[in-house]
Design a protein around this ligand. Structure first.
Ligand code: C2E
Ligand code: CA
Ligand code: CA
Length: 443
């Protein structure tokens, strides 16, 4: 790492007029000014110097000497964190206050050698994790850091900040106390994500969404007794986008609430159309854990049950097991209320999640759906047969149903039948198809 004062003369740093009026810390306007000075300095190219932009976000901080509330707490924390960062950085860079809990460090280093920047990032995270002592105060916090590089990534400060922000976002998805460098691949991915999100927001209004249905076959009565509704998006701008590309983005942005409302309206309508034709088919819907936080969900379900006049027992909600669901008591309450309405709750992708058995014990579930990865190993791995057998036995004892998903071959189908699995779903029975395609095979 290079000493910044050995390279640039930024004398009036602390005395600068470019300081936040409340915290007194050098702020964004000073950062712009310092960057102008640094980036126009010829010695940067002469000595092969790169400058790292480190965007640091502190989160969940604890302050243990005193109890401060409201703004004063935030200001105090800003001042203390700033002090700590200055201490960590020493003469190796400059620290600027960005927002209450965000800071920027600019740190020069030899072009192409980012190790010192990584070491600095690690030292900041470590200091904050273990109750840093500053003056007479002790604070601790989780920290995430996103880093972009001048001139490698850009020569424009706004772009460098935007890239550091993308890297910070990437770091946060990797968990607490992590740092990440911007890369052009990350930039492309984030832009694609933004594109998908912008188009997705218009998908409902533009009528670009539709449902496909995949049959579920009951092995006891040898007939199709249900269908799973799977969302499809034919975007005018992006073409066919698979759910694995847009559902995670919808979940991340909260837009899944809108999609979920659309799904409930349309899948309940399909159920009603089947009933009117005398077909007693259950309709399974994939419900995202985030949707369970929608306060209006129960009203929406009640409204649609009434509007379409369908028996609640014809509707199944498939929920993928995730830690997010079980750690939130409100979710368990919501699932209980949904089950009380008469809708069956099925645990999807059963076996792959965090705590399958915990789920069975805590949730009002009607059945489990064994994940496709288990079924695909059924013929290759004899232990897998024992695992599936155990799941089927356990389900019998608990009085819940078992569906096997991803059944692709006759051998898998026959084996699952011998093992007394209740239902199967997969390409062997039928691929997801449009409502018209479904009519052809069922009627
Ligand atoms: P999932 O709920 O596990 O859905 C089953 C996926 O496996 C579907 O992919 C289906 O096309 C595919 N599949 C079915 N049978 C077979 C088989 O025999 N072999 C193989 N290799 N694949 C099979 P799809 O439609 O691409 O959906 C992927 C995931 O997207 C779904 O996984 C579900 O988690 C999510 N998803 C789809 N529609 C919705 C929706 O309306 N709402 C929400 N929240 N999620 C949805
Ligand atoms: Ca599913
Ligand atoms: Ca599944």
């Amino acid at each position: 790492m290079l000493r910044i004062d050995g390279i640039f003369n930024l004398n009036n740093y602390d005395k600068s007029a470019y300081c936040d009026s409340i915290t007194g810390l050098p702020d964004r306007s000073y950062l712009y000014r310092a960057f102008r000075q640094i980036s126009s300095d010829n010695r940067l190219a002469e000595h092969n110097i790169s400058v790292a932009f480190m965007l640091i976000e502190f989160d969940k901080y604890k302050y243990i000497n005193d109890v401060f509330v409201g703004h004063r707490y935030v200001e105090e924390f800003s001042r203390l964190s700033f002090g700590l960062l200055k201490e960590c950085v020493g003469g190796l860079g400059l620290v600027f206050s960005f927002t209450g809990n965000e800071f920027i460090i600019i740190a020069p280093h030899a072009y192409g050698d980012e190790r010192p920047v990584a070491v600095l990032a690690e030292s900041i995270i470590d200091r904050m994790r273990n109750y840093a002592k500053i003056s007479s105060y002790e604070i601790s916090s989780t920290a995430n850091i996103g880093i972009s590089l001048f001139p490698k990534h850009s020569g424009d400060i706004d772009e460098l900040l935007e890239f550091a922000d993308m890297a910070l976002y990437e770091a946060k998805t990797g968990g607490e106390n992590t740092y990440s460098f911007y890369s052009h691949e990350l930039g492309l991915y984030m832009r694609k994500k933004a594109d998908v999100f912008l188009s997705l927001k218009k998908a409902i209004d533009n009528n670009e969404l539709y449902l496909e249905y995949q049959p579920q076959f009951d092995l006891k009565c040898s007939s199709i007794t249900g269908i799973e509704a799977l969302m499809r998006w034919k975007s005018r701008k992006l073409g066919n986008v698979p759910p694995s590309d847009f559902i995670p983005i919808a979940e991340e942005t909260g837009y899944i609430m809108e999609l979920g409302r659309w799904l409930i309206g349309n899948a309940f309508d399909m159920c009603c159309r089947c009933c009117k034709r005398g077909l007693s088919l259950t309709v399974s819907l994939n419900i995202s854990p985030i949707q369970l936080q929608d306060k209006n969900l129960l009203d929406l379900i009640r409204f649609n049950l009434k509007k379409h006049g369908i028996p609640p027992s014809f509707i199944k909600f498939e929920i993928t097991e995730s830690q997010a669901i079980i750690s939130n008591k409100k979710n368990i309450g919501m699932l209980n209320e949904i089950a009380d309405l008469g809708i069956g709750i099925i645990i999807d992708d059963f076996g792959t999640g965090y705590s399958s058995l915990n789920y069975i014990a805590q949730f009002p579930i009607e059945g489990v759906k064994i994940d496709r990865s288990f079924i695909s190993m059924l013929e290759k791995n004899s232990k897998m047969e024992a695992v599936i057998d155990a799941i089927i036995h356990l389900s019998r004892i608990l009085g819940i149903s078992v569906t096997a998903e991803g059944v692709e071959t006759r051998e898998q189908f026959e084996k699952l039948k011998r093992m007394s699995c209740d239902k199967v779903q997969g390409f062997y029975i039928g691929r997801p198809m449009t409502a018209e395609g479904l009519e052809k095979i069922i009627l």
